[in-house]
Design a protein around this ligand. Structure first.
Ligand code: PPE
Length: 305
């Protein structure tokens, strides 16, 4: 990952990387008051293209709305600023992080009078779960931490504070030698990875938890539904008990950072034959085919920069 180079868009202007700073008493630092997005820009034969930029920006506005955080830019202005950030930094392929946060003003939990800042950074970010995971699969552990219960910390908002729970799950998993955590909800049903949605395959059908199961409504998750439909693979949303993981034929994660990553063992139990399965391979191939411009982008997911 290359951090530390180029320009960051900060409240409407480009500033040098090292000048994109904020006061230590900014509300966000003390109370986690930020919302963010992430998206990838892929290099295709027709040039670099950002994946689902407008949909990601819409989700940023949804997250901000949940937290009563008025964003001082329109969705279209932010989409243009995202494209411009990639252009200005002359990045052919990168990860883009637009975010908004409550800045310096008052101390105390009430954020309503603190200013809202918006920034966009872009950098090169390779394979999230390691170079080999896309082919060989990742190992996962069911976390001892649960996701926040409904009506506590809203999962459908992609807010900075959500990632305290994610950090606990991720640290536990990596310190015990696993690549990733799988987190259950307070009732014991499967939610998602620390930063990925999860799918299981059994008898040729793909299953994933519904958006009411304390998960983020992932953009890549939505792509999996569309791709499965295009490939005539049945896909259903169900509450999944923990043991559904162990007896799955295949499991995979989806996410902007993780893309489509097979999970080949959970709690050291091999999933299926312990290798990337055929349905995961099909979904993965189709996904990478579209983002790399090799399969026709019939759903208009790519915006060329
Ligand atoms: N669930 C969570 C909790 C999550 O953070 C992500 C994305 C997803 C599901 C998948 O959503 P989508 O990217 O829209 O398909 N996590 C982002 C942040 C990762 C990070 O380490 O930072 C990402 O994948 O970019």
């Amino acid at each position: 990952m290359t951090l530390g180079q180029g320009k960051i868009w900060y409240d409407g202007k480009f500033v040098d990387w090292n000048n994109a700073t904020t006061h230590v008493l900014s509300h966000v630092i003390h109370y986690g008051s930020s919302v963010f997005e992430s998206m990838r820009c892929y290099k295709t034969k027709k040039g670099s293209a950002i994946f689902r930029v407008a949909d990601h920006v819409d989700r940023l506005f949804d997250s901000a709305k949940i937290y009563r955080m008025p964003l001082p830019f329109s969705p279209d202005e932010l989409c243009q600023a995202i494209l411009e950030t990639v252009r200005v930094n002359k990045l052919e392929e990168c990860y883009v992080r637009p975010f908004a946060f409550r800045g310096y003003g008052n101390m105390g939990v009430n954020p309503l009078s603190n200013p809202v800042h918006v920034a966009i950074a872009a950098w090169d970010w390779g394979k999230y779960l390691g170079d080999e995971a896309l082919e060989k699969g990742a190992s996962a552990k069911v976390s001892s931490w649960n996701k926040s219960a409904p009506n506590t910390i809203p999962s459908l908002a992609k807010a900075g504070g959500n990632y305290l729970n994610a950090q606990l799950a991720k640290m536990e998993a990596v310190q015990e030698g696993f690549d990733e955590a799988i987190v259950l909800d307070v009732f014991g049903y499967v939610c998602e990875g620390s930063a990925e949605n999860i799918f299981i395959v059994r008898n040729g059908v793909i299953f994933t938890p519904p958006t009411s199961a304390s998960i983020l409504a992932g953009m890549t998750r939505h792509c999996v539904f569309v791709i499965a439909k295009d490939l005539s693979i049945r896909i259903e949303q169900h509450l999944l008990p923990r043991e559904a993981l162990y007896i799955a034929d295949e499991i995979f994660f989806s996410g902007t950072a993780a893309e489509i990553t097979p999970v080949t063992a959970v709690d050291k139990i091999p999933i299926g034959d312990g290798k990337r399965g055929p349905i995961t391979t099909q979904i993965q191939k189709h996904f990478f085919g579209i983002v790399q411009g090799e399969i026709e982008d019939t759903h208009a997911w790519l915006t060329y920069i």
